[in-house]
Design a protein around this ligand. Structure first.
Ligand SMILES: Nc1nc2c(c(=O)[nH]1)N[C@H]1C(S)=C(S)[C@@H](COP(=O)(O)O)O[C@H]1N2
Ligand SMILES: [Mo]
Length: 320
């Protein structure tokens, strides 16, 4: 992967390059030979036929870990994504052809600049970085993933939150035709859709929190939350909500899906805490996907130096 320093790359250059690559691959696939398809228009045309976007020129983040990466195949075939399946092997099959364009994200609430963004417009606005983060799931497994994304805080700054903006809420798409796990069965719904998550505003603006649009230098596969998802590396994976269509700024603490589902098992904060057990299993150890032996789980998933100060004075065994 060709990595340039931030100073070497103008945002406009990155954008044009993305669109160019996308168009070129689209044409290469043969479908684009229908002639005269411009970069902008083909984005709206037959998205399923498009080749994957590749992000070749990425600013390298300073937050990386040097741990071994979890192989691409593992990252993209062992997933939690209840909109598709409750089986960890299910989303890879059921979401692989997920159509993620066109895609808009409605941003509203306690901000001076409410707006509906097209996801490609967001990709154009911010310098994308490659960031290697751990994602640790509540079910006691973890992965090390090279995400492609931009700091959520950079977007928040642009939206100009009001003084009443204490929390940020996120929602996933509801569309049972495209997300078959949302269909009702005889037993009702698996979850109360839309899937929702929330962060306190200081957590949301912490430089570690990103909106990811890719992994391993390519656009996000459907099963990993295409086209845009949250990655909050110091929290359990369930905080990292996928396929986001709405972001709302609010004064009151929002209810998140898992809290709503089982308040005794999942709290609002969801900081990785090896000392607080999940009621049904221990949180003390985890299996890095691909490893045979489990390893001890670190507080804040190993990001304590960066984020512990956000919670000073809070009893994290109560605010779990
Ligand atoms: N919309 C939505 N987002 C979601 C989930 C989900 O079911 N639906 N699962 C969460 C959980 S529990 C985990 S562990 C991570 C898994 O992310 P991955 O499949 O990319 O590893 O996604 C999180 N984001
Ligand atoms: Mo999870």
């Amino acid at each position: 992967m060709l990595i340039k320093k931030p100073a070497d790359i103008k945002p406009s250059e990155i954008t044009d390059y993305h669109l160019f690559k996308r168009r070129r691959e689209f044409i290469k696939s043969g479908v684009g030979l229908m002639a005269g398809v411009g970069a902008a228009s083909f984005l709206l045309n037959s998205p399923a036929a498009e080749a994957k976007i590749k992000f070749d020129r990425l600013v390298k983040s300073s937050f990386d870990t040097d741990e071994d990466l979890t192989p691409y195949d593992a990252v993209t075939t062992y997933n939690n994504f209840y909109e598709f399946s409750t089986d960890k092997r299910g989303p890879a099959e059921l979401a692989k052809d997920f159509i993620s364009r066109p895609w808009t994200i409605k941003i509203e609430g306690e901000i001076n600049k409410p707006k509906i963004y097209d996801v490609d417009e967001l990709i154009k606005l911010f310098d994308l970085e490659e960031r290697i983060y751990r994602l640790r799931c509540v079910e006691a497994w973890s992965m090390v993933i090279p995400w492609v994304g931009f700091p959520l805080g950079d977007l928040i700054k642009r939206l100009e939150p009001t003084s009443r903006a204490k929390y940020v809420e996120f929602e996933t798409l509801v569309d049972s035709d495209r997300m078959p796990g949302q269909k009702k069965s005889l037993f009702g719904s698996v979850l109360d859709w839309p899937y929702r998550e929330g962060l306190r505003i200081d957590e949301a603006t912490h430089p570690l929190a990103i909106l990811a649009v890719g992994l391993y230098g390519e656009e996000l596969p459907g099963q990993n939350g295409a086209p845009i998802r949250l990655v909050v590396p110091w929290k359990y994976g369930f905080k990292s909500i996928k396929s986001i269509v709405k972001i709302r700024f609010s004064e009151n603490q929002p209810l998140n899906t898992w809290q709503d589902q089982a308040a005794n098992e999942y709290g609002f904060y969801a900081n990785v805490n090896p000392e607080v057990n999940h009621p049904r299993w221990s949180q003390a150890r985890e299996r890095r996907i691909g490893d045979f032996l489990k390893r001890p789980t670190l507080p804040f998933n190993g990001y304590g130096d960066q984020v512990a100060s956000l919670y000073s004075g809070m009893d994290l065994s109560k605010n779990y």
